[in-house]
Design a protein around this ligand. Structure first.
Ligand SMILES: Nc1ncnc2c1ncn2[C@@H]1O[C@H](COP(=O)(O)OP(=O)(O)OP(=O)(O)O)[C@@H](O)[C@H]1O
Ligand SMILES: [Mg+2]
Length: 448
């Protein structure tokens, strides 16, 4: 099957020599492997990705490859195909091809000696436009496409090392229940950040941005982090601070994170207390008990703590270290109790954006209804809207009611069970209010 190609290769070679006398075009070749050690060329693979978006609509013979855990097909040009591209009104052509090595015609397994390349052809009067801006554009786009197609990873710290699994969380901003305006603002902020490399280098700051997500449990903080990773195509590093031995280990972990990633520290209020001492979740409760039984233990415990991760250590790394090692990182903190946090941790510059995720409003409910039941409106929506205004319920709870649990459970029952839950929550709230009013009234009376 390689025979015609080889033949074609010869024709190309000689006809081009002949043509070059009268030929007004410039050709640039990008080989797949370059250098003495035959590294795969970065330019070649960027061009490959770039062309994959144009070629699938133009070229007639395509090569298919599967990426993303067998989920999506990526098409690229087969050998000896040609596609046209346009840049600022200038037309140019890309052709794919392969050189066939000399030994090839005698070898038993010819495939091993092919050298693929892409050839760019354009008119010589556009030389300056193509060589600088266009090629830059191609490389940048190509890399971006590659990142988009890449399999995303979720890293967790396991002792002093990261271990990872494939990241498959299905949440996106589209399925995230919150007010549309707020959602769009956050998405815009994220996209602006991811495109702002030049801006950050011009103002001399590390290319990083900090988000603080706060709100009650079940309001979508973790879900939003997954949506962020989806939107930008970033990996996630889920940093469990209570498992980090000391500041040295923390430094090592942070240095090992890659660019284009989100570093997540969940429940920051539980991992670090206000004085900056590390405080593992479980220990907190047991401490008092233990103190009663073994008062002598306290001293040695304090000592051990001093070498552990501290708030100031964390802040210093985030501020200092990344300024040095640079590179497109988001850091996301989540907490249920924003008021408990040290103001030094959440001041602007460290946490650039504070996002509150809160109880489910009607707009958020509509997103959930659409996700779970593919529904834009229903006769019960009005009633639900009124109730949602008065009752505090988390999106997680609403979602639970909208879940089609059995085949027999239809829409009507879903909404009715939600309304029932809302009404009983309302009753509880009201009687609570009455109680407090009653107590207040009583205490006022007793004062009189
Ligand atoms: N805003 C939301 N949009 C869509 N789904 C949501 C939203 N909030 C919660 N959910 C649903 O509820 C579940 C729990 O939400 P999630 O884990 O994001 O809450 P959280 O705010 O991180 O809570 P915690 O503070 O306990 O970590 C999710 O699996 C998701 O399906
Ligand atoms: Mg969470």
């Amino acid at each position: 099957q390689y025979f015609p190609y080889q033949f074609r290769g010869y024709i190309e070679k000689y006809s081009q020599r002949l043509l070059s006398f009268v030929y007004p075009y410039i050709q640039i070749t990008f080989n797949e492997f370059t250098g003495e050690r035959l590294m795969r060329s970065e330019a070649y693979s960027a061009i490959e990705s770039y062309l994959s978006s144009t070629s699938s609509s133009q070229a007639k013979r395509l090569k298919a490859d599967i990426v993303k855990n067998n989920r999506s097909l990526v098409l690229s040009m087969d050998d000896h195909e040609e596609v046209a591209d346009e840049f600022q009104g200038v037309k140019l052509w890309w052709a794919s091809g392969k050189h066939v090595g000399k030994t090839q015609s005698f070898a038993f397994y010819p495939v091993t000696d092919e050298k693929r390349f892409y050839k760019l052809t354009f008119h010589k009067k556009y030389r300056d436009l193509i060589i600088e801006p266009y090629l830059k554009h191609v490389l940048k786009e190509g890399k971006a496409i590659k990142v988009r197609n890449r399999q995303r990873k979720l890293y967790t710290n396991n002792g002093p090392n990261w271990s990872h699994v494939v990241f498959e969380h299905p949440a996106t901003f589209q399925t995230l229940a919150m007010e549309q305006d707020k959602k769009e603002e956050i998405m815009e902020d994220l996209v602006t950040f991811s495109q702002a490399e030049e801006f950050y280098s011009r103002i001399g700051r590390a290319w990083k941005r900090g988000y603080l997500l706060y709100g009650p449990p079940g309001t979508g903080k973790s879900t939003m982090i997954a949506a962020m990773a989806h939107l930008l195509g970033y990996d996630i590093y889920d940093l469990e601070l209570t498992a980090v031995k000391d500041n040295t280990e923390l430094r090592k972990l942070l240095i090992e994170t890659s660019s284009k990633s989100i570093i997540v520290i969940e429940d920051i209020d539980c991992s670090l207390d206000l004085t900056g001492q590390r405080r593992p979740k479980k220990e907190k409760k047991d401490e008092a008990e233990e103190m009663k039984q073994h008062p002598m233990h306290k001293a040695s415990k304090e000592e051990a703590k001093s070498s552990q991760v501290t708030l100031s250590g964390l802040l210093n790394f985030i501020d200092g270290l990344w300024s040095a090692c640079g590179g497109e990182r988001l850091i996301v903190f989540t907490t249920n109790f924003v008021e408990k946090l040290d103001p030094a941790l959440i001041r602007k510059g460290r946490m650039d954006k504070h996002i509150e995720l809160s109880y489910c409003g009607f707009e958020a409910f509509k997103v959930l209804a659409k996700n779970y039941q593919k529904l834009d409106s229903h006769k019960l929506f009005g009633k639900i809207q009124v109730l949602l205004r008065e009752v505090r319920i988390t999106p997680a709870d609403v979602a639970e009611h909208l879940m089609p649990k059995t085949a027999s459970r239809d829409l009507q029952t879903c909404f009715e069970s939600l309304i029932q839950a809302l009404e009983s929550a309302k009753q509880a709230q009201d009687s609570n209010k009455e109680d407090t009013a009653l107590i207040q009234g009583l205490s006022e009376k007793s004062v009189q």
